[in-house]
Ligand binder design. Structure first.
Ligand SMILES: NC(=O)c1ccc[n+]([C@@H]2O[C@H](COP(=O)([O-])OP(=O)(O)OC[C@H]3O[C@@H](n4cnc5c(N)ncnc54)[C@H](OP(=O)(O)O)[C@@H]3O)[C@@H](O)[C@H]2O)c1
Length: 183
C-alpha cells in the first residue's frame, strides 16, 4: 500500500484496542500495540501480539506505554520517533470498566478511574503532539462509550469517566488546527 501510516494504539493488549491494532496492521499500516508493563503484567499479551505478527507477516509491534505515567508516554513517543521518524495516528483507547453501586467506591478509586478513563489521553497527546506539530500533520483519535447515555445504577463512576469524547478533545482539535501552521 502507498499510504502506510505509523499508528500507536493505547491499551492494545486486549479488546477493541487489540482488534483495531491487528486489523490496521493487516491493512498494511505499521502498528504499535501499546500496553503497560510488557515484561510482567502484559507478558502473555506481548507474546500473543508477536505470534500474530510473525505468523501473518504484518507490522504489529508491542510497545511499552502506561497511560497513567507521563515518563512512560514520553518514552513511547521517543521510541517511535527514533525508529520511524514520524507518528501519523494515535488512538486513545485504554480504559477500564467497573461495576457497582456508586457509594461503594472510595473517592481515591473514583479518582483513579477518572484519571485512566477521562484524563490519561492528555498525557498521551502531550507526548506525541509536538512531533505532529513539527510534521504539520497527524490524527488523534479517542474511543468513547455510549454507556454515558444509559441510566444504569451499577456504572455510576463510568458516566463522568467515559465522557472523554465530550471532555475537551473537540475544542483541543480546533485549537490545535488553529495554532499549527500549514505549509
Ligand atoms: N466493551 C464494551 O462494551 C465497550 C463499549 C463502548 C466503548 N468501549 C471502549 O472501548 C475501549 C476498549 O475497551 P474494551 O472493552 O476493549 O476493554 P479492555 O479489553 O479491558 O481494554 C482496555 C485496555 O486498556 C488497558 N489499560 C488499562 N490501564 C492501562 C494503563 N494504565 N495504561 C495502558 N493501558 C491500560 C487494559 O490493559 P490491562 O490489562 O493492562 O488492564 C486493556 O488492554 C475503552 O475505551 C472502552 O471504554 C467498550
Amino acid at each position: 500500500m502507498t499510504d502506510k501510516k505509523i499508528i500507536v494504539i493505547t491499551g492494545a493488549g486486549s479488546g477493541f484496542g487489540k482488534l483495531a491494532a491487528v486489523e490496521l496492521a493487516r491493512a498494511g499500516h505499521k502498528v504499535y500495540a501499546s500496553m503497560r508493563d510488557l515484561a510482567g503484567h502484559s507478558k502473555d499479551k506481548v507474546e500473543d501480539i508477536r505470534s500474530i505478527a510473525s505468523s501473518e507477516g504484518i507490522e504489529l509491534h508491542p510497545l511499552q506505554l502506561d497511560v497513567r505515567e507521563e515518563p512512560s508516554c514520553r518514552s513511547a513517543a521517543d521510541f517511535v520517533l527514533a525508529v520511524d521518524g514520524r507518528i501519523d495516528v494515535v488512538i486513545n483507547n485504554a480504559a477500564m470498566m467497573m461495576a457497582g453501586l456508586t457509594e461503594s467506591f472510595r473517592p481515591e478509586q473514583l479518582a483513579q478511574i477518572l484519571d485512566l478513563n477521562a484524563i490519561s489521553w492528555l498525557r498521551v497527546n502531550r507526548a506525541f503532539l509536538p512531533a505532529m506539530r513539527r510534521q504539520n500533520k497527524g490524527l488523534l483519535l479517542y474511543v468513547g462509550s455510549g454507556i454515558t447515555q444509559i441510566p444504569d445504577p451499577f456504572t455510576g463512576p463510568m458516566r463522568p469517566a467515559r465522557r472523554r469524547e465530550t471532555f475537551s478533545p473537540k475544542s483541543w482539535a480546533l485549537r490545535t488546527a488553529a495554532t499549527t501552521s500549514r505549509p
